[in-house]
Design a protein around this ligand. Structure first.
Ligand code: TXA
Ligand code: MG
Length: 338
């Protein structure tokens, strides 16, 4: 199969592939998604096949209009309505009781469904033509999420017929996943709609333990995605924190280079000047929108080791910390006295 990249002029073609049960990559404001008609189980199967995704990991259903919500959910609780009123369209996914019409493979057999209204105009236009679309991030399972059409091509060439190119994703981190079926609502995956922003709108919100710590044997899985090691770059990534974290990153980078290893440092724009002329991969501004591109670039550069100061667990920092901890398999070192 040849994989074509088209811009907005490919909308009709994308819609017709989707209606016939095919799979297409679409841009969203967070990351690119691999979309199929959420109500056609055989179409949804093709997503799992193209990604190599374990079938016990459920998908997010994307809608473009509140009129579509009851095709997907059985119940849309009041707190979910309040969140949707403020944050939709946008980077927030709400877990609600599933409508019986939604196929089992979309939700991996769960009684709940994840639903989101994306803000990207191309995604909205596409969903308006097709109806609800199931779409995970458009990477091969275990790779960093794609934030450009070219990233999608690197993972999906030959596996899907069409990538809709909507330019680089503005946010660059996947949506916040908020479970509305428990009280208080629980953040299963942090994103650009932060815990603080949610608390301002609906009051009490808790952050699931798996956001910042590895799942312990015997513990219940709240969001199946948390079981899997995500985003792993080929280089061995080590995270640092503490008062001497930057010095620690520099010392480890320099020691590796002296051993003949190829090393890199993941740095925010703000921290970049501290690291002199060492090889830097930029995480972007304070919103970490460059994180996934930086991880992909470290693979392209065939780095052996990678170091990063881990962001504090506040605001959007919680999302970046979560992605980096997973990419590092939770290898995080404290540098300096307590
Ligand atoms: O920003 C995003 O959310 C992107 C774009 C394409 O919308 N999508 C995305 O999908 O990141 P994916 O499949 O890579 O991540 C979905 C996450 C997974 O961790 C999955 O386990 C969780 O949402 N999830 C989906 N349905 C769930 C459910 N019913 N209960 C708990 N977690 C669920
Ligand atoms: Mg994903």
């Amino acid at each position: 199969m040849t994989t074509q990249i088209l811009g907005a002029d490919g909308l009709q073609k994308a819609a017709s592939i989707l209606c016939q049960g095919g799979v297409v990559a679409m841009p969203t404001e967070t990351v690119y998604g691999l979309a199929a008609d959420a109500l056609q189980p055989s179409a949804v199967d093709k997503i799992f096949a193209a990604k190599g995704r374990p079938n016990d990991n459920p998908l997010i259903v994307h809608i473009s209009d509140m009129d579509m919500i009851f095709q997907v959910v059985m119940d849309f609780p009041d707190l979910a309505k309040q969140c949707a009123a403020v944050f939709w369209p946008g980077p927030l996914t709400l877990i609600c009781p599933k409508h019986p019409h939604v196929p089992q493979n979309v939700t991996a057999g769960l009684a709940t469904v994840a639903v989101r209204m994306p803000a990207h105009p191309l995604a909205q236009a596409l969903i308006a033509l097709t109806g609800p679309l199931a779409a995970p991030s458009a990477n091969v399972s275990g790779k960093p999420s794609p934030v450009t059409a070219q990233d999608v091509m690197a993972d999906m060439q030959g596996k899907i017929p069409l990538i809709l190119d909507g330019g680089p994703c503005q946010i660059g981190l996947e949506s916040t996943v908020l479970d509305m079926t428990c009280n208080p609502p629980r953040i299963l995956r942090p994103g650009a709609v932060t815990a603080e922003m949610l608390q301002d709108v609906i009051g009490d919100v808790v952050v699931d333990d798996t956001v910042l710590s590895p799942l312990l044997p015997g513990h219940r899985v709240t969001s199946p995605g948390t079981k899997y090691l995500h985003y792993a770059p080929n280089a061995k990534l080590t995270l640092l924190e503490g008062p001497l974290c930057h010095e620690g990153a520099i010392a480890r980078y320099d020691a590796d280079m002296q051993k003949g290893l190829k090393s890199g440092i993941l740095a925010t724009h703000e921290d970049a000047p501290r690291y002199g002329d060492r090889l830097l991969l930029l995480l972007g501004d304070a919103a970490y929108s460059g994180l996934f591109s930086a991880l992909r670039r470290s693979d392209d550069l065939h780095l052996d080791t990678l170091y990063a100061v881990v962001p504090k667990a506040q605001g959007i920092g919680l999302a970046a910390r979560n992605r980096l901890l997973r990419a590092a398999a939770f290898d995080c070192i404290w540098e300096g006295n307590v």
